[in-house]
Design a protein around this ligand. Sequence first.
Ligand code: GN1
Ligand code: MG
Length: 382
Amino acid sequence: MEYIFGFFTKRLKPMELKQIAGNFQLEGNVENVQQLGEGFINDTYIIRTTGDVTPDYLLQRKNKKIFTDVPAMMENIRKVTTHMKKKVMARNGDPLREVLTVVPANDGKLYFQDEENEFWAVCIFIADTITHQAAKTPELAFFGGEGVGKFQSMVADLKEPLTDILPGFHNMRFRFNQWDAVLQKDPVGRKAKLSTEISWIESRREEMLHFWSLVENGEIPTRITHNDTKINNILFDLEGKVLCMIDLDTVLNSTCLNDFGDAMRTFTNTGLEDDENLDAVSSDIAIFEGFTKGYLSQAISFLNEKELEYLAFSAKYITFEQVLRFLMDYIDGDNYYRIKSPEHNYQRTVAQYKLLTSMEEKYDEMCRIVRTSVNDLAQSAS
Ligand code: GN1
Ligand code: MG
């Protein structure tokens, strides 16, 4: 048995993976199953089928330590994708390419549980698409924003309730409770050398909790949102437009602003999420502008005044949350995110903090861009 560094999931042999694939209702014959990407949370594989007629598939071992109710998570995904497919079909779109398709197991369930009680799920692999790690041009950012706005507007009228499978996911009060508990415990004795980094979090506590209090008192409403809109969770077609949003594990009721903010955290970053070269990391305002215009072209129809007022703030909020989560995981002894080296979570913390300070420097400009975009859209509508 082999374990991936810092993460205790078993690495499976090709035959074992093929056997797991055999438990799903796949079309065609499985040729091979190979690891795909390096997710932080789940393990992802591609199931290749023989020939060009049948689709390939994505197979994932869901991280059951984080997703403690995989059946409920898959049920949430089923509700959202079924709802979206109806809309795509109504406008003569392609429901197999414009929305993720969950493939049930042979027993009809949306997952397969193996002998070690690991949960597996499959969806159709959408071919001929492009993913990005960063937005190179404002045009790409515009299309990305349009895609996220369309996703939110398509699920806005879904009536079936979703199960809150990750309570407190983007809830800052919950995150600070976790933070306080981890600091109190300091399980691996890392706290002492981190007083500067801890002050990055503490000095922004009130400001961040204030934003969340607006969600708690309903001034900022909750809606069905994606909650993990980092740029590589968005599939673009070969023309550069958004085809569909992938990684629907976190579809939940939250604020739309979190989707905007998480997209800005990744689209506008001129460096990597864990960049060692901090000089490379900053928030690109032209990308912010492109995404904001694309997003608002769709979302202006449903966002309220408070949401518009806090739209730019959400970029700082989610980036701050990410600094907190990476640092908290580091202090906790690296139990949540998969790491590639012992200091990886620290490196991520510092790089995301650099991004946060860059956003703080450009915040007035970001607010101005939101206001101008809203005014332009209002004018063109009248
Ligand atoms: C995780 O699973 P993935 O890599 O799409 C995390 C997000 C973080 C992100 C940081 C369920 O996303 O919340 O923003 O890493 N997902 C979960 O890159 O915690
Ligand atoms: Mg994810």
